[in-house]
Design a protein around this ligand. Sequence first.
Ligand code: FAD
Length: 443
Amino acid sequence: MLFTASKLPADLAGSGWYQTLPPPPAPRILDRDIRVDWVIIGAGFAGLSAARRIQEKSPSDTVAVLDAQPIAWGASGRNSGFFIDLPHHLQNHDYVSDLTADRKQIQRNRFAISYAKSMIDEFGLQSCSSSVGRINAATSQAGLDALLSYSRHLEKLGEPFTKYNEKELKAVIGSGYYSGGIHLPGCLLVQPAGYIRGIARGLCGEGNRTDIFENSPVIRIETGSPHRVRTPKGSVAADKVILTVNGHLESFGLFKRRLMHIFLYASMTRELTVREQRDLGGEPEWGITPAHAMGSTIRRTRDHRILVRNSITYNPQRETTRRLISAAGKRQEASFAARFPMLGKVGMEYRWSGHLCLARNSVPAFGEIEKGVYAAGCQNGLGATQGTLSGMLIVDHAVGDHHSMVRDLLQCAPPKKLFPEPFMSLGVNTRLWWGQRRAGGEL
Ligand SMILES: Cc1cc2nc3c(=O)[nH]c(=O)nc-3n(C[C@H](O)[C@H](O)[C@H](O)COP(=O)(O)OP(=O)(O)OC[C@H]3O[C@@H](n4cnc5c(N)ncnc54)[C@H](O)[C@@H]3O)c2cc1C
């Protein structure tokens, strides 16, 4: 069989996480024909955790990882950096689903987070990770209602959390904007570009049989024995192929009209001066998720910047525009000004967007799609944890280790079919518009 990429990822430049890192080494591009045991397409959370899992499960196997873009340029390097352990269903205004499903999801998320932590330890990436947890914070009535519903759900799940009132929140974040919040200790925060780059470097360390090629887009997969994966300048022959390209599975004709392509947007300030840090007050590092799912995520980074992530668009064509980034940037400036009036002179230095993928029924696109060809994509609202998890589990599946977490994912229904256009776009856009309106001050 032949799978041809009808579209390649082209994330627009501008991510603050990427730009504030030291310049990367010269890219290693695939420019010849090679033979390996495994080829992984996509070097995000899913692809890199798959590569690590192969090193553990089949240490003598050779692995090539190919990414169309520079390492850490895609969504995994440009997100808000929250590895969330608790339920986080973006489609529901208060993030929750039913108790049994959520219990299982928490167990899987924690498994993934402990895997991420083990890579952080092994590859010495402590400088780009933090265990301060996250605060789910509310300001609007809609947000407070959502927070109440979320905390009741957590009580039923037996999950610990600490309630913060306005004053306690101000002591942490320096802003009196929020009226209430709950601190959730199990969330891991990362500098996503540093994390992805560090893992990629670690995987290729001495003695490992893994090679990672960037700026090496896969344009065609010819299945056979071996399978052959082609890029513009070379090819990889391999016994097993793993596609970890998230929404770009659809670009290969897979899960057609079953994946929802969503873009999220973020801005990051310049570094705060020592005086501005004093004016702001609060703790040196924290992360806020909005109590209402359509609100703003805010982070204070270790290098003294503030990140504002809000605005969501539905882009079935799998690309966004500078115009949309700029419109979202205006909303982010307003959200920043409302929260941090004491930082009136601080402007945004970076603005960007990135692609994530949802299924109508919140399931992953996971499994063997043809003999020896596997997919682990569609991470829904929790790409850091779910991506890490699905990358590990797809390897477990491929080597025949069918433990209960693998079985759970394999038993999921496939992503539900989308409604025909223009009804799908109309429906999603209306829902996003209405949700963002309802988020009120949470935005
Ligand atoms: C602004 C923003 C904030 C977010 N915040 C969070 C957050 O705080 N927490 C969270 O859990 N999630 C967050 N997300 C979502 C999360 O980033 C994604 O869900 C996650 O990155 C998915 O991981 P992945 O490895 O499956 O796919 P990706 O990160 O999309 O990686 C897939 C890779 O495949 C490559 N690729 C695609 N096609 C080809 C091809 N033909 N050939 C070769 N390579 C190809 C791409 O270049 C890409 O690098 C956020 C997303 C954005 C945009």
